[in-house]
Design a protein around this ligand. Structure first.
Ligand code: NI
Length: 161
């Protein structure tokens, strides 16, 4: 495993659409080590989620860990099939290390995806997991949380020395 460099605010790759992973490639070494590296990188920077585009790979791979005892989750080619509810959420992003704001996210999502063993799955997620899935799926389309941040709520926090 290895830490990967996180692409930050202003890097044009963050605006690109990520491509579907070929199902037969999921269990191959390239995608498996990408997943391992993404999990390590997310944990290292205390993130809740990370999309492959954030480490410079335009593939539809997402990792999430909301510390609910079931993670880290791996979503390959995720598709949000249904959403329910709306909630004003506090949000940040590893690509915007010092920025936080409030974003409206669904309280519940139904998502279809492939897991890292190339098994097709469908889960219903709530609360923080639903928020994270919504945020990370936006990354796959080149959409960033700052696009959706509620006016006047974006804060810049000076990093600790
Ligand atoms: Ni993000």
């Amino acid at each position: 495993m290895a830490l990967r460099t996180i692409r930050e605010d202003g890097d044009e790759i963050l605006r690109k659409r990520s491509r579907e992973v070929v199902i037969d490639d999921i269990t191959g070494e390239k995608i498996q080590s990408l997943i391992d590296d993404m999990i390590e990188t997310m944990h290292n920077f205390n993130g809740v989620g990370l999309a492959a585009v954030q480490v410079g790979i335009l593939k539809r791979v997402v990792v999430i860990d909301v510390e609910d005892g079931n993670g880290p989750y791996v979503f390959i080619n995720p598709q949000i099939m249904k959403t329910k509810g709306e909630k004003e959420c506090d949000e940040g992003c590893l690509s915007f290390p010092n920025q936080f704001g409030k974003v409206i996210r669904p309280t519940e999502v139904v998502v279809e995806f492939y897991d890292r063993n190339a098994k097709k799955k469908k889960i219903k997620a709530k609360d923080l997991l639903a928020q994270a899935i919504s945020h990370e799926c936006d990354h796959l389309e080149g959409i960033l949380f700052v696009d959706k941040v509620l006016p006047g709520t974006l804060e810049y926090v000076t990093p600790e020395e």
